[in-house]
Design a protein around this ligand. Structure first.
Ligand code: NDP
Length: 448
């Protein structure tokens, strides 16, 4: 009989062979499979029914042409994707990313992560992800609208509130969700609110959805600190990025008594020892769609470092909230040397595997993205609940639900890590707890 370790190595090799060149996908699979040895030993039925092999293969992948016309009347062609990864727990659920770096390997890695993240929330949602290699930066509103309309004209036939429910991600915010929903409504001829989440609260969106990924990440970090008899109060924090997740991570950190001294975008890093002026960041990024370097034009205390490395800045709490693989082993070593106590991944897979090892060896509390940033999709599920019963909840009630969900995610990771012999290891806890929930549903459904 093949032993468990050999079996997992074989599946990993199969994933590499069957998905050539998709390094981010290989990385995400390796992280999960690396935790599953003790699970297969305890539950031999998962091997018998090839649950791991099945979970590594998406249920459906769609790639499509997105033609659109720019403001000069020139025709542009982009490539759109939707990976409907796993529907064992509910309709496919996961965001759309518009960024030039998007290709099948990125969408597949994000979809794979999403399956376990969604399971960890305890809510009835499957996992999926999508996007396009389209760059909204520098495009006019009219161009973004034409792109979104063309994208949805192809995608709409694969969606539905009981089938697949996208939301935002990098490059897809409230403006894009509005254009996408408008086109879906026009094509389908029905007001199917629950087909997209992250909508404006004026027409079916949930209050707190915009804030939820960032707020949830801070709630999770707060739980990690509490588990060590610490709190965010008075802590110096660094948050990378200056998009949706970063902005609301900074907001909640400040509300809970921490001080965020740096944030960034792909052009560089802003360091403000007095604490980031969040209203200024919101105006620059959310309203005027400008670059973070403009921050220093308004704040004398701040400096801008073009292409600087945000992880050089000393802090006790670090929350990477920009993109994948933005924090490597050298960055992790610097953070440890500067006395960092906790790292929570606001983004998806922002820390490299070697970086994670540095944090683990140094005893830094490390929250992986599939746990730390699960508040976004959890609040999307709350938005679906409100849409289904034609209701709208208050900000305070929804935020309380989010806090409870994040406390639950933390507890599930904590208990599972301890149960499988790795107390305090949230990577192990998140991967096993998420996996087991999906695997049990797959077993119950038979070979489908
Ligand atoms: P946004 O597009 O709102 O913001 C992304 C931010 O990250 C921007 O400041 C952007 O800078 C920066 N960034 C993006 N790509 C790069 C890069 N290659 N190098 C450096 N900086 C980069 O996206 P979100 O805030 O929504 O998403 C951030 C992360 O959080 C992603 O990993 C996403 O998958 C994850 N996430 C998001 C959720 C959500 O609800 N939105 C839910 C769960 C996870 P610039 O503008 O210069 O490109």
């Amino acid at each position: 009989m093949v032993n468990v370790r050999e079996r997992l190595a074989h599946v990993q090799q199969q994933v590499i062979d069957r998905n050539p060149g998709e390094s981010e996908f290989h990385q995400a699979v390796a992280e999960v499979l690396g935790c599953l040895g003790p699970v297969l030993e305890r539950y031999p039925q998962y091997s018998e029914y090839k649950i791991i092999e099945r979970i590594c293969e998406p249920e459906r992948q769609v790639i499509f042409r997105v033609p659109w016309e720019d403001d000069r009347g020139e025709i542009q062609i982009n490539r759109g994707f939707r990976v409907q990864y796993n529907s064992a727990l509910g309709p496919y659920k996961g965001g759309l990313r518009f960024h030039p770096s998007v290709y099948l390997g990125i969408v597949k890695f994000l979809g794979f992560e999403q399956v376990f993240k969604n399971a960890l929330t305890g809510m009835p949602i499957g996992g999926g992800k999508g996007g396009a290699d389209f760059d909204p930066k520098g495009k006019s509103d009219a161009e973004v609208m034409r792109f979104c309309q063309s994208f949805m004209t192809e995608l709409y036939r694969y969606l539905g509130e009981y089938i697949d429910v996208p939301a935002g991600d990098i490059g897809v915010g409230g403006r894009e969700i509005g254009f996408l929903f408008g086109q879906y409504k026009r094509l389908s001829g029905k007001y199917e609110s629950g087909v997209l989440t992250g909508k404006n609260p004026a027409w079916g969106g949930a209050l707190v959805r915009r804030e939820s990924t960032g707020y949830g990440a801070v709630f999770f970090v707060d739980e990690m600190l509490r588990a060590r008899d610490q709190s965010l109060e008075g802590k110096t924090c660094v948050v990378s990025g200056a998009g949706n997740v970063a902005i609301y991570t900074i907001e909640k950190t400040h509300q809970l008594g921490g001080k965020v001294v740096a944030c960034s975008d792909s052009g560089g890093v802003v360091y403000d020892p007095e604490g980031i002026d969040l209203e200024l960041v919101k105006r620059l990024k959310e309203v005027e769609r400008r670059r973070i370097k403009d921050y220093v034009d308004y704040r004398r205390t701040a400096v801008f470092r073009e292409e600087g490395n945000i992880w050089d800045i000393p802090c006790q709490v670090a929350i990477p909230a920009a993109t994948q693989n933005e924090l490597d082993a050298a960055d992790a070593r610097r953070l440890v040397a500067h006395g960092c106590l906790a790292v929570g991944e606001g983004a998806n897979m922002p820390t490299t595997p070697a970086g994670i090892r540095v944090f683990e060896e140094a005893g830094v509390a490390f929250g992986p993205g599939k746990a730390t940033n699960a508040g976004g999709v959890a609040t999307s599920a709350l938005e679906m609940q409100q849409n289904a019963c034609r209701d709208s909840w208050t900000f305070q009630y929804t935020e309380t639900r989010l806090r409870e969900i994040m406390t639950g995610v933390h507890q599930r990771c904590w208990d599972t890590a301890a149960e499988f012999g790795h107390p305090g290891n949230y990577v192990v806890g998140a991967n096993i707890a998420g996996f087991v929930r999906v695997a049990e549903a797959m077993l119950a459904f038979g070979l489908v």
